[in-house]
Ligand binder design. Structure first.
Ligand code: ZN
Length: 258
């Protein structure tokens, strides 16, 4: 294989809030960024097109924000792993299953796609290896993990070790959102100058509605609660000046109106 390129990162990129924030995080920290979007039999394949559009403009947006470390554009790829939808019954790939609105006491909600992150990150690692890339970035978070065991830190670390052993490589899986909640993820997007882009151009909703989404599904509720908490935090920062608070307050009103 090619010698490892320590300056390139591959982002597992769905086009949702979390992975889009990670895409811009990667643009800030790596000279070159590659994004890989998976088609896994999801009901709302619209998200693949949205991911492509974000990836196409991400380099330019980050340059404008002065946060594009390498100055280049994102190389975007899609990969069909739709066999995943044939392996298990879950409400993200099977329209006949009524989506759980809450996490059941005895296990993950039926929006959990077993093996999804295992397959995504494993495929991403092979894809990266072919291109001499050893840095992988994923937007999983243990803090707001919704009962999905494959978003937890122990799993990611174990998978990192397995991939390194299985391919005799030195992959590093970066998880910028692992220990932060949704409000802090919005704050991160804001610091990267992409709060509005993430809010309006990503798709997190389980019902396939872009931006603020359907407002009803668990993903929308989590996203919305986090956004409101973040916007509230702007107006209650003790150290901020009156002028700053006024500015934040106006911005909050505008954001909630839009
Ligand atoms: Zn929704």
């Amino acid at each position: 294989m090619n010698p490892m390129n320590k300056e390139t990162a591959l982002v597992v990129f769905s086009g949702g809030q979390d992975s889009t924030t990670c895409l811009f995080w990667a643009l800030k920290h790596f000279q070159k960024v590659v994004a890989l979007t998976f088609i896994y039999g999801q009901k709302h394949v619209l998200e693949v097109g949205m991911a492509r559009k974000i990836a196409e403009k991400a380099g330019e947006v980050a340059r404008k924000n002065g946060l594009n470390c390498g100055g280049g554009n994102v190389d975007w790829y899609q990969m069909d792993v739709s066999f995943i939808s044939q392996l298990s019954h879950n409400s993200l790939t099977d329209s006949s299953i009524v989506m759980d609105q809450d996490k059941p006491a005895d296990g993950p909600p039926n929006t959990f796609v077993p093996g999804r992150n295992l397959f995504f990150i494993s495929v991403a690692a092979v894809f990266a290896r072919e291109r001499g890339i050893n840095h992988l970035v994923t937007g999983v978070s243990q803090t707001d993990y919704s009962g999905y065991p494959d978003c937890r830190d122990a799993f990611i670390k174990a998978l990192n070790v397995s991939l390194n052993l299985g391919m005799d490589e030195q992959f590093v899986i970066h998880t910028p959102l692992m220990w932060i909640d949704k409000a802090q993820t919005w704050a991160k997007a804001d610091r990267l100058g992409v709060l509005d882009l993430v809010r309006h151009e990503t798709l997190t909703c389980y019902n396939g509605v872009p931006g603020d989404g359907c407002g009803e599904c668990p993903a929308c509720k989590l996203r919305r609660t986090g956004l409101e908490e973040f916007l509230d935090s702007l107006t209650h920062t003790p150290s901020s000046t009156c002028e700053e608070r006024e500015k934040f307050s106006q911005r909050r009103i505008q954001t909630l109106k839009s």
